[in-house]
Write a protein that binds this ligand. Structure first.
Ligand code: SF4
Ligand code: SF4
Length: 199
């Protein structure tokens, strides 16, 4: 039995996880936000894998929180950090010294981002003239950071900046200040949107 934990806001990591499930025998997929919520912190399997995007060149906050707690009993553990692999491939052609400098900078950048968690959603806004109050933004949020007292989203300062709410909104009603206004949204349509929701 192979157990694969995934964290996916726009569907790319879920797509990779589902691809592995289709092409390997006996694979169980487990959503990291769900397992965190249920406090399922122990796993026993032949192999255990983790699939997630990089956030600010490091682990997404929820992945880090989960992996710190998880007790693993397995013969083989693997991780697919898609962007990490690309970064490593690119870095492979660079002199080692500059990689080390970059590594320190990236670690600092990531730590700064984590330390600003309570402020990360301050610039999120909803254009209520576009919002149809469908609730998709609330349902996709992996940390229950969105409430909708009047039908449209309000952010409650526990954001982990996965950008799921921004991308899933069918009306493009959500923006991060002016930065995202008019820009394209992205969901990997190889996965079912319902599989991305954290309900
Ligand atoms: S997903 Fe968009 S349209 Fe739906 S409630 Fe949220 S902001 Fe409104
Ligand atoms: S508020 Fe939006 S960006 Fe923040 S964690 Fe929830 S879904 Fe992700």
């Amino acid at each position: 039995m192979i157990k694969i934990y995934y964290f996916s806001a726009t569907g790319n990591s879920l797509y990779v996880a589902q691809y592995l499930q289709k092409n390997l025998a006996e694979v169980e997929l487990l959503s990291i936000p769900r397992e965190l919520r249920l406090k399922n912190f122990s796993v026993e399997a032949d192999s255990v894998g983790f699939i997630f995007p990089l956030h600010y060149v490091g682990l997404p906050m929820l992945v880090e929180e989960f992996v710190r707690e998880l007790q693993i009993s397995a013969n083989y553990i693997f991780a697919d950090r898609q962007l990490a692999q690309i970064a490593a491939d690119i870095a492979g052609s660079e002199p080692h010294k500059s990689c080390e400098i970059l590594k320190d900078k990236c670690a600092q950048w990531h730590a700064d981002w984590v330390s600003r968690r309570a402020e990360l959603d301050e610039k999120f806004i909803c254009d209520t003239s576009r919002c149809v109050k469908c609730g998709m933004c609330e349902k996709i949020c992996p940390v229950k950071n969105i409430s909708r007292p009047n039908g449209s989203p309000v952010w409650n300062h526990r954001c982990v900046e996965c950008l799921g709410c921004l991308h899933v909104c069918p009306k493009k009603a959500i923006d991060i200040g002016e930065v995202t206004r008019g820009r394209k949204r992205y969901i990997n349509w190889n996965v079912k949107p319902a599989d991305l929701l954290n309900v």
